[in-house]
Design a protein around this ligand. Structure first.
Ligand SMILES: [Zn+2]
Length: 82
């Protein structure tokens, strides 16, 4: 789905980035404001946004381990079938 596409796009895009002091995400150094959190006005909304980022990171690592397990099962199945 979108995870592979995002990382492929990130590797093509070699612009230097800097970490945002508010949300911690990286953005191009030639941008004046962080595109991720510049529209977030309140600290409460920023906290929610950070939680959202963290939950996405966890979802991503869970997806990785699920793919690993599925690949392992497929490998074992193929080993016994052929
Ligand atoms: Zn930010």
């Amino acid at each position: 789905m979108s995870i592979g596409g995002l990382s492929a796009r990130a590797s093509l895009n070699q612009k230097p980035t800097k970490p945002c002091e508010r949300c911690g995400l990286r953005y191009p150094i030639d941008e004046h404001a962080c595109p991720h959190c510049k529209d977030i006005k309140t600290e409460a909304d920023l906290a929610l946004f950070k939680e959202h980022i963290e939950s996405q990171k966890e979802a991503g690592s869970n997806m990785g381990s699920i793919f690993f397990v599925v690949a392992l099962i497929l490998g074992v199945l193929l080993y016994f079938l052929f």
